[in-house]
Design a protein around this ligand. Sequence first.
Ligand code: FE2
Ligand code: FE2
Length: 380
Amino acid sequence: MPTDEEILGRSGVDDLDAILSVTRADVDDAVHVVADNADAIFTWDYEKGARPQLNKLYEKAKHAQWNGETDLDWSIESDPEELARAMNGPRAEAFAHKGVDLSGTPVASWDDDTWTEFGMEVQKWSLSQFMHGEQGALLCTAKIVETVPWIDAKYYAATQVMDEARHVEVFAKYLDTKLNGHYPINAHLGLLLDDIINDARWDMTYLGMQVMVEGLALASFGMAMQVTQDPLLKQLLRYVMSDEARHVAFGVLSLKEFYEGLTDAEMLERQEFAFEAAVRMRDRLLQQEVWERMGVDPKVIIPRLRVGDRNQDPFQQLLFSKIVPNCKKLGLLDANDGWLRARFDTLGVSQFEDWADTSEEYLDLDLDAVSADRLDAAAG
Ligand SMILES: [Fe+2]
Ligand SMILES: [Fe+2]
């Protein structure tokens, strides 16, 4: 069985020094090149609907197209400072609730304005990582159009390419026009996206992007939508989420069939990949770049925030609420004597395994709610 060292490049999952030592050398470059190592596959079997669930997703996707320029109300004024200030109280409460002791750190002497500045940076950083992740999804789904051998999946993936273009577009526009710019990609997220695109096996693109990255995105967009008091951002996230649920469903439905035919050794490779992706995503949540921008050494502050068991943080755990049931549905939790379940246990997230998986849940998150919004917007 592979060790953490072999999978992650470090022996301790929680080794903070090793996590923070991962940085990107090329943040100032205008482009970033990754080899995608894949064959483009033609199929001569054009029978539409041979995979009915994928065909259904494709038909839904065609109806669910929205336009970020006209369906969102960009005239809504956002005041990032005011929005961040409104979060100061809840943020202080959350720290106090966790028993965080900030004494002796620079943060202990922050006044209200500094906390507000921090809140604005957190918002900008989070949305920036969403935007970069969306570009990863755009490239991955373009790759899937080429590499998947089934016509129903090529059709569906083509709609997702359009969805992801729209997502990159709206996050970029929001950051540019409302928050005045963005952060570079986080090093851990960048590593993960590179790994996914780099892998030659077509199903790894689905597993990495549709199931893991988009699964976490779906949960975070849901939380961000609840928390934000900006009506434009709420609307934007709601539209994006309705697409994302369909994307995760596509990954789960496509892989289920394929994974049923794999050997234990092949499944173990997928389990390792899922574990590595989970850890990379968790590492990125440390938001080290925000602390650096605030002039606080991440090595000083992050250990203070990890009060008790880092894996007991309900907010962090909830981010995995979509990933774990979807991995279970794919057989990844149980294969090889529950190798991945044991790993998810060490991350403190395996309790979600019996939550709804997205192959069915997407119908609840999908169109009707959004259509109602769109009608409202058109009427009002
Ligand atoms: Fe997306
Ligand atoms: Fe997506």
